[in-house]
Structures are given as C-alpha cells and as structure tokens.
Design a protein around this ligand. Structure first.
Ligand SMILES: [Zn+2]
Ligand SMILES: [Zn+2]
Length: 223
C-alpha cells in the first residue's frame, strides 16, 4: 500500500521519461498518493530535452490542469539538476527559484573524495532540497567522507533520498546520516507510469533502519 505516501522523484516525457504529465497524475491519483513531484531534467542537465523556458512553461501548464482535475493530490513542479564537480548546479532557464522542489544529483561517476568536496560546496549554496540517489554514481566510498557529507546535509536541512531506481550499496551512510540528524525522502525515480509510486521496498528500508521520512511541507525551502 502506498496510499498517502509522497513520491518526490518522477520523470515525464519532458525529459528522459516516456509518460505524459496527464498519465503520471492519473496513475498517482489511482494509487491514492498524497503528493508527487514531477522532477524532469532541463537543458543543459544530462537526460534533458533541448529547449528552454518554453518546455518548462508547457509542462507547468499541464501540471496546473492536473491540479484542477485532481484536487486531492498535491502535484509539485520540480526539477532534477546536475551537481557539477566544482559544486555548482547546472543552470536552468528561468532559474531554480521557479520550482516547488529541486533535487540535486550527481550523474557522472565520481570517487569518494571528489564526491564529498563537490557535495559540501553545493550544499552550502542552498539551492536544492533533496540529494538524489546519493551513491548512484559513487565509484568508492570512505566513511570519513560520509561524515562530512552527512554533517553538511543535516546542517542545511537537505533530505537524503531513498531512490527506487538505483541500488543503495552503502547503507552505512544512511545510518551515519541518521545519526547526524539528516532527514530522508522517498523517490521512485520513475521514467514510466508503471513505476510511479513504487515505494514499498523503500519504506521497508526506512523502517528497518528507523529513518525519518520527511513530508514535503516540512522540507526546508530555500527560495
Ligand atoms: Zn538522477
Ligand atoms: Zn531522476
């Protein structure tokens, strides 16, 4: 049962997903999810379609229609943005402030040392609320880097995502993050409607490790 849960990481055909906004919303409503965030990649982040403001505005218009048709479902207009190796987030036409929710993610292989250095710089800029698939592209992991990452994330109030698409290899980091007071979010990282709301194993992982899943409305907003 995923009724009442929040799936805060979904891609549509506005980036590298295959489903329309309408299909995603209908599926989420039928599952009785409480909240979804449609978090496409926008140019020039990896996985994005070419196109700037028009693409974003067209998607926004469809999301607004969905909000009217499904008033019981909270539909967030989000973006998943690349974290670069220097700690900068990839730019988005119109700025990150326009979104309800921003996920910052690494999409290139990186070792533990470079990962924590880029992450800590990115976190200090306070431009994203969720760290996506935190170890999805990690080629190595050292616990001392995990400490630094967890401390920075906890201090900024940025949630560590439990992601449905990537195998979480280093569960030790999750326990470390918990001990530093980090909060966690759920994201299917769905790319087609079959996986929207596929959160059951993530909620099991969270309850097994006693991780606190934060609700979107309690997530710190930086903009
Ligand atoms: Zn991603
Ligand atoms: Zn994604």
């Amino acid at each position: 049962m995923v009724r009442g849960l929040e799936d805060l990481h979904i891609h549509s055909h506005y980036s590298d997903g295959v489903s329309s906004i309408d299909e995603i919303i209908q599926r989420a409503a039928s599952l009785k999810l409480k909240t979804i965030a449609i978090t496409d990649h926008f140019w020039p982040s990896g996985g994005s379609r070419k196109g700037g403001k028009n693409t974003i505005e067209q998607r926004r218009h469809e999301i607004e229609i969905g909000r009217i048709d499904f008033p019981d479902l909270t539909i967030l207009e989000g973006a998943e943005v690349d974290i670069h190796s220097n700690g900068d987030l990839a730019p988005v036409a119109g700025g990150l402030e326009q979104f309800d929710l921003v996920i910052g993610s690494f999409h290139r292989g990186t070792d533990s040392t470079r990962w924590v250095s880029a992450l800590v710089k990115a976190v200090r800029k306070k431009e994203f609320q969720i760290l996506g698939h935190w170890d999805g592209y990690l080629s190595s992991y050292r616990e001392e880097d995990g400490w630094m990452a967890a401390e920075a994330l906890a201090e900024a109030g940025i949630a560590v995502e439990l992601n449905g698409r990537y195998l979480i290899e280093n569960t030790g980091f999750l326990e470390l993050a918990k001990s530093f007071g980090c909060v966690f979010s759920l994201g299917s990282d769905s790319h087609d409607i079959g996986t929207v709301g596929k959160l059951n194993f993530l909620t099991k992982l969270a309850s097994g490790l006693e991780l606190q899943i934060i609700q979107f409305e309690k997530l710190r907003q930086f903009f």
